[in-house]
Design a protein around this ligand. Structure first.
Ligand SMILES: NC(=O)c1ccc[n+]([C@@H]2O[C@H](COP(=O)([O-])OP(=O)(O)OC[C@H]3O[C@@H](n4cnc5c(N)ncnc54)[C@H](O)[C@@H]3O)[C@@H](O)[C@H]2O)c1
Length: 390
């Protein structure tokens, strides 16, 4: 059912996700989960034929199955405004995000882009400039911020339930790189080990940026400086696959961000722990419907994702689709980022203005912060783990 502020679904152009591509299919599901968008066009692969051949996977009309993102933008601009795509979703390797996003914004299209926003800071500044000049929405899919219990945590912290925040620890730990066979080209994602396609930040860019974003999203704290130590343990991976960054945060709190793709047996173990002067909280992505809050001398409190519970905050309630006890997870959280971006797309399309600096969905500025985090970590690591100012 469409919300009151929307009469027809938005039209989506998907870029990436063809063949065995992973996250493009998640974008397709998340964007359409609430029937607020339909996929009408695609440029799904860097190979023009494979791009067109993949269109049927998404039910895209062959007439709007394009060979490249440039063809998509050119072809769509020829259509009447009420038929052409209103936004594109970018689910391609990292080095392509900036050129695709800038071209789409310049063509007047809203953009939902996957992370990291770009591979370098100069490009990140260019995307920020293009978003500001275009006046279009730019959202980045740091999808973990879409979980109801992360929104609950964010609001509880903003309302002072934890007291003053003194420390945050966020870890994103995987182990799949141990399974990589150097003699074989993986079915997908070979580009992640190639600095020209992935950028210089390996696991740091792939999963470290998610943990970094979540720490800032939940606490509202920004770094003042950081130091980083990272390693590459996987022989056939040219980039970092393990690292720690120690952060000095504004207001005096400290942060520790850890990323790994070489920890045996770990799948998508993203977790966050926050210490305040009154209480501490913990959350794990693999058990996303529970948030643990502890204070000295009291039993542990378990907040369940439950839109009908008195303790649920308004932002957590808004992020729920189902009653408590029916597990919601990855797709729903991803869809929440989309749904929040859709609200702004509709406002802008009606001629209203939106405040780009305080969106609940990750913005172009959050994207640039993520790229700055990568840049500062790389610089610190290259300089004997010296402190780098933000
Ligand atoms: N938000 C998340 O949780 C999450 C998870 C995984 C990946 N990602 C990000 O999503 C992006 C894609 O990652 P992936 O794991 O899906 O990679 P992948 O290798 O599985 O898929 C990449 C897709 O992009 C297509 N492609 C490549 N170049 C293209 C081009 N120029 N034009 C159109 N299509 C093109 C490929 O055909 C493929 O379908 C990366 O930036 C990655 O960091 C985000």
């Amino acid at each position: 059912m469409l919300p009151d502020n929307q009469s027809t679904p938005l039209r989506m152009g998907l870029i990436g996700g063809g063949g065995a591509g992973f996250i493009g299919k998640v974008h397709a599901t998340a964007a359409t989960l609430d029937n607020r968008a339909v996929i009408v066009a695609g440029a799904l692969s860097s190979d023009p034929q494979r791009s067109r051949d993949s269109a049927s996977m998404f039910g895209i009309d062959p007439a709007r199955a394009y060979g490249s993102y440039r063809e998509l933008i050119e072809g769509e601009l020829k259509l009447p405004a009420d038929q052409r795509v209103s936004f594109v979703s970018i689910a391609t390797p990292n080095h392509t995000h900036a050129p695709i996003a800038i071209a789409a914004l310049k063509a007047g299209l809203h953009v939902i882009c996957d992370k990291p926003m770009t591979t370098g800071l100069d490009e990140a500044d260019q995307v920020v400039a293009a978003a500001e000049e275009s006046g279009r929405v730019f959202a980045l899919t740091h999808n973990y911020s879409g979980y109801p219990m992360m929104r609950q945590a964010r609001q509880m912290i903003a309302e002072g339930d934890l007291g003053e925040i003194i420390a945050v620890r966020a870890n994103y730990v995987q182990g799949w790189m141990h399974g990589m066979d150097a003699t074989q080209t993986p079915q997908r994602g070979a580009w992640k080990s190639d600095p020209t396609l992935n950028g210089q930040a390996g696991s740091l860019g792939d999963v470290g940026t998610h943990a970094f974003h979540l720490a800032g999203f939940v606490t509202g704290l920004k770094p003042e400086s950081l130091l980083c130590r990272m390693q590459s343990y996987s022989e056939h991976h040219q980039l970092d696959d393990y690292g720690h960054a120690l952060l000095q945060l504004d207001g005096g709190a400290t942060g520790l961000i850890t990323w790994s793709q070489v920890t045996h047996g770990r799948l998508n173990d993203l977790s966050i722990e926050i210490d305040g002067t009154k209480a501490a909280l913990t959350w794990r992505q693999e058990e996303p419907n529970q948030l643990f809050v502890r204070s000295l001398g009291r039993p542990t409190q378990i907040y369940e994702r439950n839109p009908n519970a008195d303790y649920s905050t308004s932002q957590a309630v808004d992020a729920c689709r189902l009653p408590g006890g029916h597990p919601e997870a990855f797709f729903e959280a991803f869809a929440n980022v989309y749904s929040n971006a859709f609200d702004d797309i509709l406002e802008i399309d009606c001629g209203e203005s939106v405040d780009r600096h305080s969106t609940i969905y990750p913005s172009v500025y959050d994207g640039r912060d993520g790229v700055r985090f990568m840049d500062r970590c790389l610089q610190s690591n290259q300089n004997q783990s010296s402190w780098q100012s933000w």
